[in-house]
Design a protein around this ligand. Structure first.
Ligand code: SAM
Length: 259
């Protein structure tokens, strides 16, 4: 997959794409991330990419021309028209389903705004998608672009050493992920739930499913409405609800060494 980010701060994208799993995926050729600076395409002799807003008001607006020319130049080397995503707080909330959808593309363009945002005429002319990463305002679209890149990269076959770990991730499976523990068995007096040390695979599977359901019910109940639940899940949920009614703990907290 090829991802091209249009940004006046290409170094932000390049720096974040070097290390870790993302860097390894790029190194292995699963993903190619390129940053294009619209400033390189401005027709203004002072290399300006922003101007004052029509109608007045504080702040500057990113001019249409440098972004449009940068997009046209990049489009000329694409065989088919890629998805062109503008990152904006006014866009569709980013979600795992959208990440899955984007992961099926051969090429994606991500346009990162700055200042008060991008001249709307360029958005109308090119955008196939407008995406928000949440209800807060950042100074630029580079971090949102990196959020999209990272979420999409995790879904590319072979990107994670163990692809099953993406399948188990919170949200991806429809439920929040279960609490995880690693060695040592005891840390500052806190122990690991006994069942995880039992080696009994069926009990562990059932415990994990129950934990995922209990955690999702407690923290993100709206996800349950969309999740694909089996008959066993529904039975576990009834047990969890009965525990809650009786004031019993439903989420794992491990134990203490003295217990
Ligand atoms: N005035 C704009 C508004 O209220 O919609 C915000 C502009 S913001 C300071 C500058 C740029 O940061 C935006 O053009 C967008 O690319 C990016 N940005 C900021 N917050 C974002 C968010 N929550 N999701 C996606 N992009 C965001």
């Amino acid at each position: 997959m090829r991802i091209t980010v249009f940004t006046i701060f290409p170094e932000l994208i390049e720096a974040a794409c070097a290390p870790s799993i993302l860097g390894a995926a790029i190194e292995r050729g699963l993903l190619d991330v390129r940053a294009v600076d619209p400033r390189q395409y401005t027709e203004d002799r002072h290399r300006k990419v922003d101007d004052i807003p029509f109608g007045g008001g504080a702040g500057m607006v990113m001019m249409a021309q440098p972004i449009a020319t940068a997009l046209d130049t990049a489009l000329a080397s694409e065989e088919s028209r890629p998805r062109i995503v503008f990152l904006t707080p006014g866009g569709v909330p980013f979600h795992q389903d959208l990440a899955r959808d984007l992961a099926r593309e051969d090429a994606i363009f991500l346009v990162a705004g700055r200042y008060k945002g991008v001249d709307d005429r360029v958005v109308r002319a090119y955008a196939t998608d407008e995406i928000s990463i949440g209800d807060y305002v950042l100074s630029g679209g580079e971090l949102p672009a990196l959020v999209v890149i990272d979420a999409v990269m995790r879904l590319l076959p072979g990107a994670l050493g163990d692809f099953a770990s993406a399948e188990d991730d919170s949200i991806h499976s429809g439920l929040l992920e279960v609490p995880q523990y690693t060695r040592p068995r005891e840390f500052r007096g806190a122990t690991v739930p006994e069942v995880l040390l039992s080696g009994h695979h069926e009990n562990i599977r059932r415990w994990r499913r129950r934990q995922a359901l209990a955690r999702t019910l407690a923290r993100r109940p709206e996800l349950l409405a969309r999740a694909e639940l089996t008959a066993e899940d529904r039975k576990l949920l009834r047990e969890i609800e009965a525990d809650l009614d009786a004031g019993r703990e439903t989420e794992a907290s491990g134990g203490t060494a003295s217990e």
